[in-house]
Design a binder for this molecule. Structure first.
Ligand code: SF4
Length: 430
């Protein structure tokens, strides 16, 4: 960063701090993406004007959208890199050092299983109020909290402000995840840096019959876990699925969805499946799974697990989310669709969603700090209708016009829909 600042000041010695900040941001992003020398990015020109330098840099940083995007949609925040925040990417077992158990669930089955599974951990009583957890998000797996959820049982999916919703309903069973997807919104959203697991699933389920659910785009209301965690990543420990499946089996007017990137399906396979329990996998182009979704199951492992649960009687869902646009991405996504077509029973696929990468402004800084070598931020992201960063409408439409018809043609019985999109874009795709 100092090198970039010094170079810019050698061109424009009188540059003020705000203007310098914008140009540093642009130079940094171009250098990271192209790996080129500063003199190549902005050739030396003594006393070049700020306006001219910024225009040249914007053109290089946003070659697809520079001419068409309004200039206030380019987001150029201060570059603030802190190496101490980097994610730990060496594989490690999930074994929390400290485990808090809330007094009111000290005798629960979950607390008991946790004690048996992590005998070396330091156990502490928790009153449900005192602040716990780590300061740094990257150390969140060192603390586990077994608690009693009191308020947040069921809610309509908040979607994204102004987006076209699909009528989803959420049951937030747990907070925190042991995978490290570079785009994960929890990096910015999770303010208690620990894994939280509720021990009172029956209380969540007891609310279901009292709610009138919206069925949205589907034949029946859909309820799912997996907003603030992966639905199955801890299922061998929590065993939530062992309560959820029988509960929904007896309520065929509803459907429940587990969303995962894991292969933690042992409990599901011990029970008979049912058609109104849908086990969904997030899927992506193979290079994205390998390089961006750290510690999650490979695509082949996900499809193998999906086939196994389908044979056990569950239906399947898939989420192409987030689709990431890069040179040659269409070929890679087409290969994933081909692999699905070859390896999965088509008639078991209930739905497939598609959504391109989007993130809040704050999350961009988290990703930069936690994954400084990431390539996902090299795309052209613009400030969008809901304050989030997205690819331009034309780039998103190009991705959807390629992938959605391909999925509909390959899996004609599945409901294929867009997730968290601008209603105008959804309209253009309908
Ligand atoms: S699986 Fe989901 S919750 Fe877990 S890190 Fe990835 S995006 Fe986040």
């Amino acid at each position: 960063m100092d090198e970039i600042e010094n170079y810019l000041l050698s061109l424009m010695p009188k540059l003020g701090p705000n203007k310098l900040r914008e140009l540093v941001r642009l130079m940094y992003e171009i250098q990271k993406r192209d790996q080129s020398a500063l003199e190549v990015i902005l050739p030396f020109e003594k006393n070049i004007s700020f306006e001219k330098a910024k225009k040249q840099l914007l053109q290089k940083r946003y070659p697809v959208n520079f001419k068409t995007a309004p200039k206030d949609r380019f987001y150029l925040p201060k570059l603030e890199l802190d190496p101490s925040l980097q994610a730990q990417l060496t594989p490690r077992e999930f074994y929390p050092k400290t485990i808090y158990v809330e007094d009111s669930v000290a005798d629960s089955e979950l607390a008991d299983r946790v004690r048996r599974k992590f005998p070396q951990a330091q156990f502490k009583e928790w009153d449900g109020k005192t602040q716990v957890g780590e300061v740094n998000f990257s150390r969140r797996l060192e603390t586990l909290v077994v608690h009693r959820e009191k308020y947040d049982f069921l809610k309509p999916c908040p979607c994204s402000c102004g987006s076209a919703g699909c009528g989803y309903n959420l049951m937030n069973l747990g907070f925190g995840c042991r995978f490290e997807c570079e785009y994960c919104f929890l990096q910015q959203y999770q303010n208690l840096h620990a894994v939280l697991l509720p021990a009172n699933v029956e209380e969540f389920l007891s609310k279901v019959d009292k709610v009138h659910f919206n069925k949205g785009l589907f034949d029946r209301p859909r309820i799912g876990s997996g907003e603030f965690t992966d639905s199955l990543v801890f299922d061998d420990l929590t065993q939530y699925s062992r309560q959820i499946v029988p509960f929904f089996r007896s309520r065929p007017h509803l459907q429940f969805e587990f969303k995962t990137k894991s292969t933690n399906i042992g409990n599901l396979l011990k029970m008979d499946g049912c058609e109104n329990v849908v086990v969904s996998w997030s899927v992506n182009a193979a290079p994205v799974v390998e390089k961006v979704e750290h510690f999650s199951a490979s695509l082949s492992e996900r499809f193998k697990a999906a086939r196994a649960v389908a044979l056990a009687g569950y239906r399947l869902g898939f989420h192409f989310d987030p689709v990431i646009i890069y040179e040659g991405y269409q070929q890679d996504y087409a290969r994933t669709v081909e692999q699905m077509a070859q390896e999965l029973p088509h008639d078991k696929i209930a739905w497939i969603s598609v959504g391109t990468l989007r993130f809040s402004r704050e999350l961009k800084k988290n990703i930069e700090n936690r994954f400084p070598q990431n390539t996902i931020l090299d795309g052209e992201f613009l400030l969008d209708f809901d304050g989030k960063m997205r690819y331009s409408d034309s780039q998103r439409l190009e991705a959807y016009r390629f992938l959605v018809p391909l999925l509909r043609a390959t899996f004609p019985k599945a409901c294929v829909y867009l997730c968290m999109e601008d209603p105008a874009v959804v309209h253009l795709m309908s």
